[in-house]
Design a protein around this ligand. Sequence first.
Ligand SMILES: Cc1cc2nc3c(=O)[nH]c(=O)nc-3n(C[C@H](O)[C@H](O)[C@H](O)COP(=O)(O)O)c2cc1C
Length: 331
Amino acid sequence: MSHEVDLVGPALGLSAPDTAAVLETAVLAPSVHNAQPWSFRTTPDVVELYADRTRRMPVADPDDQELRLGCGAALFNLRLALTARGVRPAVALFPDPARPDLVAEVRRGGTARATPELTRLLDAVPRRHTNRRPFTDAAVGAAERHALCRAAAEEGALLHVVPPAQRAEVGRLSVAAHRRQLADPAFRDELLHWIGAAADRPDGVPARAAGPAPAPHDRWVVRDFTGGTARTRVPGRDAEDEPLLAVLIPHVTGPAAEVRAGEAMQRVLLTATVDGLAASFLSQLVEVPDVREELRRLVGAAHPPVAVLRIGRGWPTTRTPRRPLADLLRP
Ligand SMILES: Cc1cc2nc3c(=O)[nH]c(=O)nc-3n(C[C@H](O)[C@H](O)[C@H](O)COP(=O)(O)O)c2cc1C
């Protein structure tokens, strides 16, 4: 057990070590560039999750939409960890207009018993990693696709699996958006800042978590975190032909809907992990506004998509660092 438990008091009827363990599960969530834009405050009655705006991405994510998705993913982990400890989480999103950074207030809403499905999702939390490497060409089966879509629906979002007729266009848009982002020096600077050079850095994306450097003939472009330490491309070992491409679309818009979408995204990612699937993101498709609008029209969505996932069967990848709890606790 981590020595950091001493920093966290008991909350929601849990012991102090259990409360710390719940927070440690929350922070294993994904976040843009692994910025981990969250902090917490605990009292005996409440666990508060805050957005940490000092860790925003003004260029890639000027509206903080992806920041809220990351907070939603952390909230989903937190809900799982509480449920597994017998606490039914009662969540209020943005409960205090005077404190707009307070994303969620979680109280004890009664007792809970984790279902086998929730237990499997919780077990998958430390095994889920963004996998930017090429996948094998083994297809994702219909039952797995169904489970992923159901995971999104359980959390109130729609997961649109891109059908064959739309794949080429999604690939074209992903390449075009990637090039546009890289042509912007401000985007490049922001990205470079988060490519972790120092081995002991507790945030950012280490080069070991990068995929191969993108090549001009790629049909899907995975963001380049190689930071100049480009892995040599193995000839013929390109990105897989047929990953499952899935577009996450909320049913409503606004900050709370984005947090909910982050919960849905994390449920999808954990469901994939449970089924032995790997996933990475093609966020350029939602970060470049007119590309996002083209994508929305292409998939026939009522609201703009908030995330695009590439899902398939991968070889194991590596974990990324996390900040110590001591740095995440608010007085
Ligand atoms: C909303 C969101 C968007 C992301 N977009 C991308 C992306 O476009 N490309 C990418 O390689 N990783 C993307 N990531 C993955 C993060 O870089 C990753 O979660 C972070 O480095 C932590 O690593 P982990 O997911 O392996 O725990 C995204 C994550 C989130 C939450």
